[in-house]
Design a protein around this ligand. Structure first.
Ligand code: SF4
Length: 350
Protein backbone atom coordinates (compact mmCIF):
# COMPACT_ATOMS: atom_id res chain seq x y z
CA UNK A 1 0.00 0.00 0.00
CA UNK A 2 1.26 3.53 -0.83
CA UNK A 3 2.01 5.76 2.19
CA UNK A 4 0.61 8.72 0.29
CA UNK A 5 -2.71 7.07 -0.48
CA UNK A 6 -5.63 9.45 0.02
CA UNK A 7 -8.66 7.58 -1.29
CA UNK A 8 -9.52 3.93 -1.96
CA UNK A 9 -12.75 3.14 -3.73
CA UNK A 10 -13.84 -0.48 -3.63
CA UNK A 11 -16.69 -2.00 -5.68
CA UNK A 12 -18.77 1.19 -5.58
CA UNK A 13 -22.34 0.76 -6.85
CA UNK A 14 -25.28 3.10 -7.20
CA UNK A 15 -28.56 1.64 -8.45
CA UNK A 16 -31.65 3.82 -8.82
CA UNK A 17 -34.99 1.98 -8.53
CA UNK A 18 -37.45 2.21 -11.45
CA UNK A 19 -40.96 2.55 -10.02
CA UNK A 20 -44.18 1.90 -11.90
CA UNK A 21 -47.92 1.92 -11.38
CA UNK A 22 -50.22 3.33 -8.75
CA UNK A 23 -48.40 1.59 -5.90
CA UNK A 24 -45.01 2.73 -7.24
CA UNK A 25 -43.71 -0.85 -7.24
CA UNK A 26 -40.02 -1.30 -8.04
CA UNK A 27 -39.89 -2.96 -11.47
CA UNK A 28 -36.18 -2.61 -12.18
CA UNK A 29 -32.92 -0.86 -11.37
CA UNK A 30 -30.91 1.71 -13.28
CA UNK A 31 -27.34 0.63 -12.62
CA UNK A 32 -25.71 4.05 -12.93
CA UNK A 33 -22.51 2.88 -11.22
CA UNK A 34 -21.91 -0.85 -11.19
CA UNK A 35 -18.74 -1.95 -9.43
CA UNK A 36 -16.14 0.83 -9.66
CA UNK A 37 -12.78 0.50 -7.88
CA UNK A 38 -9.76 2.80 -7.97
CA UNK A 39 -7.25 4.58 -5.74
CA UNK A 40 -6.10 8.19 -5.54
CA UNK A 41 -2.81 9.41 -4.10
CA UNK A 42 -2.25 12.73 -2.37
CA UNK A 43 -1.56 15.62 -4.79
CA UNK A 44 -2.66 13.43 -7.68
CA UNK A 45 -5.26 14.22 -10.33
CA UNK A 46 -7.38 11.36 -11.58
CA UNK A 47 -9.47 12.20 -14.65
CA UNK A 48 -12.73 10.28 -15.12
CA UNK A 49 -14.06 10.40 -18.69
CA UNK A 50 -16.87 8.87 -20.69
CA UNK A 51 -20.00 9.75 -22.65
CA UNK A 52 -23.08 11.27 -20.99
CA UNK A 53 -24.84 8.68 -18.85
CA UNK A 54 -21.75 6.54 -18.20
CA UNK A 55 -21.99 7.19 -14.44
CA UNK A 56 -18.99 9.48 -13.93
CA UNK A 57 -20.93 12.25 -12.17
CA UNK A 58 -22.72 9.68 -9.99
CA UNK A 59 -19.31 8.31 -8.93
CA UNK A 60 -18.21 11.82 -7.89
CA UNK A 61 -21.37 12.41 -5.87
CA UNK A 62 -21.22 8.98 -4.20
CA UNK A 63 -17.61 9.63 -3.13
CA UNK A 64 -18.69 12.67 -1.14
CA UNK A 65 -21.98 11.02 -0.15
CA UNK A 66 -24.00 13.77 -1.78
CA UNK A 67 -26.01 10.74 -2.85
CA UNK A 68 -25.93 7.48 -0.93
CA UNK A 69 -24.09 4.59 -2.62
CA UNK A 70 -26.04 1.32 -2.88
CA UNK A 71 -22.96 -0.78 -2.13
CA UNK A 72 -19.19 -0.57 -1.81
CA UNK A 73 -16.61 1.26 0.26
CA UNK A 74 -14.89 4.63 0.03
CA UNK A 75 -11.84 4.75 2.32
CA UNK A 76 -10.47 8.20 3.09
CA UNK A 77 -6.99 8.01 4.58
CA UNK A 78 -6.68 10.45 7.49
CA UNK A 79 -3.92 11.03 10.07
CA UNK A 80 -5.85 8.68 12.37
CA UNK A 81 -6.01 5.94 9.72
CA UNK A 82 -8.45 4.99 6.94
CA UNK A 83 -12.12 5.87 7.45
CA UNK A 84 -14.91 4.23 5.43
CA UNK A 85 -17.09 7.18 4.41
CA UNK A 86 -19.99 4.91 3.46
CA UNK A 87 -20.49 3.80 7.08
CA UNK A 88 -20.33 7.20 8.80
CA UNK A 89 -23.30 8.81 10.51
CA UNK A 90 -24.37 12.29 9.42
CA UNK A 91 -22.52 13.96 12.31
CA UNK A 92 -19.33 11.94 11.74
CA UNK A 93 -19.48 12.81 8.05
CA UNK A 94 -19.95 16.50 8.87
CA UNK A 95 -16.66 16.50 10.75
CA UNK A 96 -14.84 15.13 7.70
CA UNK A 97 -16.64 17.34 5.14
CA UNK A 98 -14.01 20.11 5.20
CA UNK A 99 -11.47 17.63 3.86
CA UNK A 100 -13.55 16.84 0.74
CA UNK A 101 -15.11 19.53 -1.42
CA UNK A 102 -16.81 19.76 -4.80
CA UNK A 103 -16.64 22.16 -7.73
CA UNK A 104 -19.81 22.02 -9.81
CA UNK A 105 -20.26 22.20 -13.56
CA UNK A 106 -22.51 25.25 -13.70
CA UNK A 107 -21.01 28.16 -11.77
CA UNK A 108 -24.17 30.20 -12.43
CA UNK A 109 -26.54 27.91 -10.55
CA UNK A 110 -24.09 26.76 -7.86
CA UNK A 111 -23.74 30.29 -6.41
CA UNK A 112 -26.58 31.92 -4.47
CA UNK A 113 -27.53 35.04 -6.50
CA UNK A 114 -28.83 36.83 -3.35
CA UNK A 115 -25.49 36.64 -1.52
CA UNK A 116 -22.39 38.73 -2.16
CA UNK A 117 -19.26 36.85 -3.10
CA UNK A 118 -17.81 37.73 0.29
CA UNK A 119 -20.79 36.15 2.08
CA UNK A 120 -20.62 33.05 -0.17
CA UNK A 121 -16.97 32.50 0.74
CA UNK A 122 -17.48 33.36 4.42
CA UNK A 123 -20.39 30.94 4.87
CA UNK A 124 -18.38 27.67 5.16
CA UNK A 125 -15.85 29.43 7.39
CA UNK A 126 -18.59 30.58 9.76
CA UNK A 127 -20.51 27.27 9.74
CA UNK A 128 -17.35 25.30 10.50
CA UNK A 129 -16.06 27.94 12.97
CA UNK A 130 -12.76 28.25 11.13
CA UNK A 131 -12.31 32.00 11.62
CA UNK A 132 -12.91 33.85 14.86
CA UNK A 133 -13.78 37.51 14.55
CA UNK A 134 -14.88 39.67 11.65
CA UNK A 135 -11.41 40.86 10.73
CA UNK A 136 -9.97 37.34 10.47
CA UNK A 137 -12.95 36.35 8.33
CA UNK A 138 -12.43 39.26 5.95
CA UNK A 139 -8.73 38.52 5.64
CA UNK A 140 -9.43 34.88 4.83
CA UNK A 141 -12.04 35.83 2.19
CA UNK A 142 -9.58 38.27 0.58
CA UNK A 143 -6.84 35.62 0.56
CA UNK A 144 -9.20 33.15 -1.12
CA UNK A 145 -10.18 35.66 -3.81
CA UNK A 146 -6.56 36.50 -4.52
CA UNK A 147 -5.61 32.81 -4.65
CA UNK A 148 -8.03 32.31 -7.55
CA UNK A 149 -6.99 35.45 -9.41
CA UNK A 150 -9.78 37.83 -8.29
CA UNK A 151 -9.49 41.10 -6.38
CA UNK A 152 -10.29 41.60 -2.70
CA UNK A 153 -12.81 44.30 -3.71
CA UNK A 154 -14.82 41.65 -5.62
CA UNK A 155 -16.11 40.42 -2.23
CA UNK A 156 -18.73 43.18 -2.31
CA UNK A 157 -20.16 42.20 -5.70
CA UNK A 158 -22.89 39.68 -6.54
CA UNK A 159 -22.36 36.59 -8.75
CA UNK A 160 -24.32 38.04 -11.70
CA UNK A 161 -21.69 40.79 -12.06
CA UNK A 162 -19.04 38.24 -13.10
CA UNK A 163 -18.30 36.37 -16.32
CA UNK A 164 -18.68 32.57 -16.49
CA UNK A 165 -14.95 32.02 -15.96
CA UNK A 166 -14.86 34.39 -12.99
CA UNK A 167 -17.89 32.67 -11.45
CA UNK A 168 -16.09 29.35 -11.72
CA UNK A 169 -13.12 30.94 -9.93
CA UNK A 170 -15.52 31.88 -7.11
CA UNK A 171 -16.79 28.28 -7.02
CA UNK A 172 -13.19 27.06 -6.75
CA UNK A 173 -12.43 29.59 -3.99
CA UNK A 174 -15.45 28.34 -2.04
CA UNK A 175 -14.22 24.75 -2.41
CA UNK A 176 -10.80 25.77 -1.07
CA UNK A 177 -12.14 27.73 1.91
CA UNK A 178 -11.74 24.86 4.38
CA UNK A 179 -8.31 23.62 3.21
CA UNK A 180 -9.55 20.33 1.70
CA UNK A 181 -7.28 17.40 0.76
CA UNK A 182 -9.64 16.25 -1.99
CA UNK A 183 -11.61 18.27 -4.55
CA UNK A 184 -14.08 16.55 -6.84
CA UNK A 185 -14.42 18.78 -9.92
CA UNK A 186 -17.48 17.78 -11.93
CA UNK A 187 -17.10 19.06 -15.51
CA UNK A 188 -15.69 22.36 -14.17
CA UNK A 189 -14.89 23.77 -17.62
CA UNK A 190 -17.66 22.26 -19.77
CA UNK A 191 -19.95 25.28 -19.44
CA UNK A 192 -17.16 27.75 -20.29
CA UNK A 193 -15.92 29.20 -23.58
CA UNK A 194 -12.98 27.31 -25.01
CA UNK A 195 -10.80 30.41 -24.55
CA UNK A 196 -11.53 30.48 -20.80
CA UNK A 197 -11.14 26.72 -20.24
CA UNK A 198 -7.33 26.92 -20.34
CA UNK A 199 -7.29 29.62 -17.65
CA UNK A 200 -9.34 27.48 -15.28
CA UNK A 201 -7.27 24.36 -16.00
CA UNK A 202 -4.05 26.31 -15.34
CA UNK A 203 -5.55 27.75 -12.16
CA UNK A 204 -6.50 24.27 -10.90
CA UNK A 205 -2.98 23.04 -11.65
CA UNK A 206 -1.40 25.98 -9.78
CA UNK A 207 -3.71 25.54 -6.80
CA UNK A 208 -2.92 21.84 -6.61
CA UNK A 209 0.79 22.64 -6.27
CA UNK A 210 0.18 25.52 -3.84
CA UNK A 211 -2.24 23.76 -1.48
CA UNK A 212 -1.24 20.10 -1.98
CA UNK A 213 -4.67 19.14 -3.36
CA UNK A 214 -5.77 15.91 -4.98
CA UNK A 215 -8.44 16.13 -7.68
CA UNK A 216 -11.02 13.81 -9.13
CA UNK A 217 -11.54 15.62 -12.43
CA UNK A 218 -14.71 14.53 -14.22
CA UNK A 219 -15.11 15.43 -17.91
CA UNK A 220 -16.46 14.06 -21.18
CA UNK A 221 -13.59 15.53 -23.20
CA UNK A 222 -10.36 13.50 -23.21
CA UNK A 223 -8.45 16.48 -24.60
CA UNK A 224 -9.32 18.57 -21.53
CA UNK A 225 -8.51 15.69 -19.18
CA UNK A 226 -5.08 15.25 -20.78
CA UNK A 227 -4.06 18.76 -19.75
CA UNK A 228 -4.54 18.24 -16.04
CA UNK A 229 -4.60 14.52 -15.12
CA UNK A 230 -1.80 12.25 -13.91
CA UNK A 231 -3.99 9.22 -14.50
CA UNK A 232 -7.21 8.68 -16.44
CA UNK A 233 -10.11 6.28 -15.85
CA UNK A 234 -12.40 5.65 -18.82
CA UNK A 235 -15.98 4.74 -17.87
CA UNK A 236 -18.59 3.01 -20.00
CA UNK A 237 -22.10 2.18 -18.80
CA UNK A 238 -21.32 2.28 -15.09
CA UNK A 239 -17.95 0.54 -15.16
CA UNK A 240 -14.30 1.50 -15.56
CA UNK A 241 -13.10 -0.14 -18.77
CA UNK A 242 -9.55 1.24 -18.74
CA UNK A 243 -7.40 3.09 -16.21
CA UNK A 244 -3.78 4.14 -16.43
CA UNK A 245 -1.18 6.89 -16.48
CA UNK A 246 -2.31 9.65 -18.86
CA UNK A 247 0.67 9.41 -21.23
CA UNK A 248 0.42 5.60 -21.40
CA UNK A 249 -3.31 5.59 -22.00
CA UNK A 250 -3.04 8.25 -24.72
CA UNK A 251 -0.06 6.67 -26.49
CA UNK A 252 -1.10 3.03 -26.24
CA UNK A 253 -4.80 2.57 -25.42
CA UNK A 254 -5.76 -1.06 -24.84
CA UNK A 255 -9.56 -0.78 -24.92
CA UNK A 256 -11.51 -0.16 -28.17
CA UNK A 257 -13.74 2.41 -26.45
CA UNK A 258 -10.69 4.45 -25.36
CA UNK A 259 -9.37 4.21 -28.92
CA UNK A 260 -12.65 5.62 -30.26
CA UNK A 261 -12.65 8.49 -27.72
CA UNK A 262 -9.03 9.32 -28.56
CA UNK A 263 -9.76 9.40 -32.28
CA UNK A 264 -12.14 12.32 -31.63
CA UNK A 265 -9.53 14.43 -29.80
CA UNK A 266 -8.23 17.20 -32.10
CA UNK A 267 -4.42 17.39 -32.31
CA UNK A 268 -2.24 20.46 -32.65
CA UNK A 269 -0.48 19.37 -35.87
CA UNK A 270 -2.84 19.82 -38.89
CA UNK A 271 -0.93 17.23 -40.98
CA UNK A 272 -1.28 14.60 -38.26
CA UNK A 273 -4.92 15.62 -37.75
CA UNK A 274 -5.69 15.00 -41.45
CA UNK A 275 -3.99 11.58 -41.41
CA UNK A 276 -5.79 10.32 -38.32
CA UNK A 277 -8.76 8.00 -38.69
CA UNK A 278 -11.88 9.11 -36.79
CA UNK A 279 -13.70 6.10 -35.33
CA UNK A 280 -17.45 6.64 -35.25
CA UNK A 281 -19.28 4.45 -32.78
CA UNK A 282 -22.55 3.04 -34.09
CA UNK A 283 -25.79 3.37 -32.14
CA UNK A 284 -26.50 4.94 -28.78
CA UNK A 285 -25.20 4.04 -25.35
CA UNK A 286 -27.44 1.14 -24.18
CA UNK A 287 -29.72 1.72 -21.21
CA UNK A 288 -28.06 1.15 -17.83
CA UNK A 289 -31.39 -0.40 -16.77
CA UNK A 290 -30.74 -3.39 -19.05
CA UNK A 291 -27.06 -3.45 -19.99
CA UNK A 292 -25.95 -5.88 -22.74
CA UNK A 293 -24.71 -9.32 -21.74
CA UNK A 294 -20.98 -10.04 -21.58
CA UNK A 295 -18.90 -6.99 -22.43
CA UNK A 296 -21.22 -3.98 -22.19
CA UNK A 297 -19.47 -2.38 -25.14
CA UNK A 298 -19.91 -5.35 -27.51
CA UNK A 299 -22.93 -4.02 -29.54
CA UNK A 300 -20.82 -1.00 -30.58
CA UNK A 301 -17.36 -2.59 -30.74
CA UNK A 302 -15.84 -3.10 -34.17
CA UNK A 303 -13.53 -5.85 -32.85
CA UNK A 304 -16.24 -7.88 -31.05
CA UNK A 305 -16.08 -11.70 -31.18
CA UNK A 306 -18.65 -14.26 -29.96
CA UNK A 307 -17.04 -14.52 -26.51
CA UNK A 308 -17.61 -10.78 -26.00
CA UNK A 309 -21.40 -11.25 -25.85
CA UNK A 310 -21.11 -14.21 -23.46
CA UNK A 311 -18.49 -13.39 -20.85
CA UNK A 312 -17.97 -10.15 -19.01
CA UNK A 313 -14.29 -9.11 -19.11
CA UNK A 314 -12.72 -8.19 -15.77
CA UNK A 315 -10.44 -5.22 -15.21
CA UNK A 316 -6.90 -6.68 -15.23
CA UNK A 317 -3.38 -5.29 -15.24
CA UNK A 318 -1.74 -5.08 -18.66
CA UNK A 319 1.27 -3.04 -17.58
CA UNK A 320 2.60 -0.94 -14.74
CA UNK A 321 -0.25 1.27 -13.52
CA UNK A 322 -2.39 0.29 -16.53
CA UNK A 323 -5.49 -1.94 -16.36
CA UNK A 324 -8.14 -2.77 -18.93
CA UNK A 325 -11.36 -4.79 -19.17
CA UNK A 326 -11.26 -6.38 -22.65
CA UNK A 327 -10.98 -10.03 -23.74
CA UNK A 328 -8.76 -9.05 -26.67
CA UNK A 329 -6.50 -6.52 -24.94
CA UNK A 330 -3.39 -8.64 -25.66
CA UNK A 331 -4.18 -9.11 -29.37
CA UNK A 332 -5.42 -5.75 -30.60
CA UNK A 333 -3.06 -3.07 -31.91
CA UNK A 334 -5.08 0.07 -31.26
CA UNK A 335 -4.53 3.57 -32.58
CA UNK A 336 -3.35 6.02 -29.92
CA UNK A 337 -1.96 9.52 -30.00
CA UNK A 338 1.74 8.67 -29.93
CA UNK A 339 3.77 11.65 -31.08
CA UNK A 340 0.76 13.94 -31.38
CA UNK A 341 -0.23 16.46 -28.74
CA UNK A 342 -3.91 17.25 -28.06
CA UNK A 343 -4.76 20.74 -29.33
CA UNK A 344 -4.30 23.17 -26.43
CA UNK A 345 -6.88 25.80 -25.51
CA UNK A 346 -5.66 29.35 -25.98
CA UNK A 347 -5.68 31.56 -22.91
CA UNK A 348 -7.46 34.88 -23.17
CA UNK A 349 -8.18 37.70 -20.77
CA UNK A 350 -10.76 36.78 -18.10
FE1 SF4 B 1 -14.70 -5.13 -27.83
FE2 SF4 B 1 -14.81 -7.67 -26.99
FE3 SF4 B 1 -13.00 -6.02 -25.97
FE4 SF4 B 1 -15.56 -5.72 -25.36
S1 SF4 B 1 -14.27 -7.47 -24.83
S2 SF4 B 1 -14.15 -4.12 -25.92
S3 SF4 B 1 -16.54 -6.26 -27.29
S4 SF4 B 1 -13.13 -6.68 -28.10
Amino acid sequence: MHDDLLLEVEDLRKHFPIRHGLLRRVVGQVRAVDGVSFTLRRRETLGIVGESGCGKTTVGRCLLRLIEPTQGHVWLHTDAGPVDLTTLSASQLKRLRPRMQMVFQDPQSSLNPRMTVGDILAEPLVVNRVCRGRRALQERVCALLEAVGLRASDARRYPHAFSGGQRQRIGIARALALHPDLVVADEPVSALDVSVQAQILNLLTDLRAKFGLAYIFIAHDLGVVAHISDRVAVMYLGKIVEIGATHTLFATPRHPYTEALLSAVPVADPYVQRARQRIRLGGDVPSPASPPSGCRFHPRCRYARPICAQEEPVLRAVGPDHSVACHLADELALQGMQGSEPAACEESAP
